[in-house]
Design a protein around this ligand. Structure first.
Ligand code: ZN
Length: 203
């Protein structure tokens, strides 16, 4: 399986990093080795002094598809989740400055937290889902899928122009504002509406 991540999908997050608003979705990939194993802590890698959490809504693909039309995109997933796109921001900034790919800062081991998935049928409207990240029991990031620049079905259409989507692939749909550095002993909890879907210890 592969992980396809969307960058710059929420206006407030684009502003907080002083990024330019893109004309098209920004895409990058993480390998399956980036997934943080269940019940394991997240270890801050030795090559970074500034790892940020980015809480993101996840979509799990349930059918093979290529060149998927937006109006059929809803048939390609029936589970929604929440995760963290851990980002070595210091390293990413250096790579961006030089125009180099971001993988070392985004695709390293453990850089993808994947929480439990919930059936799509739990939600009245996929484009109106509340989610949040709590750091040490305080709300740190808060979002709603209605604030995405590109909504889930549009992302599936766009991504599948470039990459064939396969069963089990996961799309990270971008982070709202509130990204910040993690420190050892932090506890990160993710919620979709009021349901806790992951809890991670940082070491
Ligand atoms: Zn992200």
């Amino acid at each position: 399986m592969k992980i396809i991540c969307v960058g710059r999908n929420y206006v407030e997050h684009i502003k907080e990093l002083n990024n330019e608003a893109p004309k098209d979705p920004v895409l990058f990939l993480k390998p399956d080795t980036a997934i943080l194993l269940k019940k394991q802590p997240f270890f801050i890698p030795e090559f970074s002094d500034e790892v940020h959490h980015e809480v993101e809504i996840l979509v799990k693909i349930n059918k093979v598809g290529k060149h998927i039309d937006r109006k059929f995109a809803h048939k390609y997933y029936d589970e929604i989740g929440l995760g963290i796109d851990f980002t070595a921001r210091d390293l990413q900034s250096k790579l961006k400055e030089k125009g180099l790919p971001w993988e070392k800062s985004k695709a390293f081991d453990g850089a993808a937290v994947v929480g439990i998935f919930l059936p799509k049928s739990d939600f009245k409207d996929i484009n109106n889902i509340n989610f949040r990240l709590e750091k040490n029991n305080k709300v740190q990031q808060i979002g709603n899928t209605s604030l995405m620049l590109w909504k889930i079905d549009t992302l599936i259409e766009y991504i599948s122009k470039y990459f064939t989507l396969k069963i089990g692939d996961i799309i990270f749909t971008g982070t709202p504002s509130g990204v910040a550095k993690v420190n050892s002993n932090d506890n990160l909890k993710g919620f979709i509406e009021e349901k806790e879907v992951f809890s991670i210890k940082v070491k």
